[in-house]
Ligand binder design. Structure first.
Ligand SMILES: NC(=O)c1ccc[n+]([C@@H]2O[C@H](COP(=O)([O-])OP(=O)(O)OC[C@H]3O[C@@H](n4cnc5c(N)ncnc54)[C@H](O)[C@@H]3O)[C@@H](O)[C@H]2O)c1
Ligand SMILES: NC(=O)c1ccc[n+]([C@@H]2O[C@H](COP(=O)([O-])OP(=O)(O)OC[C@H]3O[C@@H](n4cnc5c(N)ncnc54)[C@H](O)[C@@H]3O)[C@@H](O)[C@H]2O)c1
Lengths: 214, 214
């Protein structure tokens, strides 16, 4: 079982590969990965060595298809992961349709909302019509789909805690919280992973670097 | 001038403070910050010491209002930063209205798009009506607003590179790219910061931890 630091770096490598969109039978160097992810090529090579990913005999770099395969396995998404989105507003729908989720084998199977004009409609995810249900149907949906263990929380901050409590109650094991509030997990739920995500961090770096160059 | 690692941690502390929403005259401990950001309380204390932020005489922890002030200064957002959003779709609008941007002194001053039903409308950002202009007006807008140096790129990946090229041409100095593609900066533009952001990383961690606990 790997440390979260390694998993985080592995997700950066995987993300970089996805965004480069290289042909499967091409090669990528640790130097290129350093350029894109900011992780030193030494650390990259060290990680791959530790993960049993080797450079081919011809030392051209790492074989892209093989690397994809290995990284997916490490991230446990080689079998694919089904997630739900609660809060089918702008961020919720932008996330559901985000191309990289599909390519990553992470599939949004359903969305939930309370707005009448959203409930009962579908979101088109690469040709697959994904339904938006009423949030009251969460319990029913999760008992019929016990393989769904992860939820993305994109509701307004005023109801984020209450929705989280319900999800935990219904057996969800992992939640990514996008609302701008620190949420609490009930005492006895040690087995639930709660992560806060935010599109903010990069913006700070850019602001800082931009204003410190002049 | 600080290393990006320190800036990144500082942005986590700032973000954590924002999301905790504590009264300005209360105190926060390094332990609490460790709990929320995952940065060890030793590192937190070390960073604050380095940044000249001290614990009050009563050792209650760090004074929240003073801490906010100091962190904003470090991040260069104490004077506020004006940014524009190009691509006023779901992600673009979700970002513009994101409560934490306003609180962070990062202000979205304008959005740009090509869709007829969006151009000419306004986005309500905490009561301030923010206009959506046609992307053809980018040049005109930036020459009239030379203080705007940063753009958030939330257009479809097919036109992301072309829009980036134009922004660089027009003097933009910092770009956060949200499209799922690695963009290239023209050779001679060493002074432009380009950062790729993605709401993906946290999801991988949650998937990994969720499937490795069973
Ligand atoms: N983390 C980030 O970087 C970031 C960026 C932008 C927005 N946000 C946050 O993400 C959230 C969504 O932002 P948005 O711009 O998409 O807002 P939005 O208003 O477009 O979407 C919120 C949706 O949640 C639905 N909703 C409300 N109560 C609900 C409930 N009880 N159950 C199910 N659905 C419910 C609403 O009907 C709406 O469709 C907000 O909390 C916002 O602050 C985070
Ligand atoms: N980084 C992430 O985590 C993440 C998550 C979700 C989506 N995305 C990406 O963000 C982008 C936007 O996603 P979305 O769901 O908001 O899509 P969207 O279709 O709702 O928004 C795109 C907007 O860009 C506008 N546009 C198109 N061409 C333009 C041009 N030449 N100039 C100006 N505006 C133009 C469109 O009219 C539309 O309003 C996509 O590239 C998507 O893949 C990233």
């Amino acid at each position: 079982k790997m440390s979260l630091k390694v998993i985080t770096r592995v997700s950066f490598y995987y993300e970089a590969l996805l965004k480069l969109d290289l042909p499967g039978d091409s090669y990528i160097s640790s130097k290129k990965l350093e350029e894109i992810t900011g992780v030193s090529c030494n650390q990259v090579r060290q990680d791959f060595f530790y993960l049993g990913i080797s450079i081919g005999k011809q030392k051209k770099g790492y074989h892209v298809e093989k690397l994809f395969h290995a990284l997916r396995k490490v991230l446990s998404i080689d079998k694919g992961a089904s997630v739900i989105v609660v809060g089918a507003g702008r961020l919720g729908r932008a996330l559901s349709e985000y191309k990289l989720f599909k390519v990553r084998n992470i599939q949004v199977d359903a969305l939930f909302d309370i707005k009448e004009d959203l409930v009962g409609t579908v979101v088109d995810i690469k040709g697959r019509k994904t339904p938006i249900y009423h949030v009251d149907k969460l319990g029913e949906y999760l008992s019929e789909n016990p393989n769904v263990k992860i939820a993305l929380l994109t509701v307004p901050e005023s109801c984020a805690q209450e929705i989280l409590d319900e999800l935990v109650e219904l057996g969800i094991k992992g939640v990514v919280n996008y609302s701008p509030r620190i949420l609490k997990l009930p005492e006895k739920t040690k087995a639930v992973q709660l992560v806060n995500d935010s599109i903010g961090a990069s913006l700070y770096k850019v602001v800082y670097q931009t204003y410190h160059r002049k």
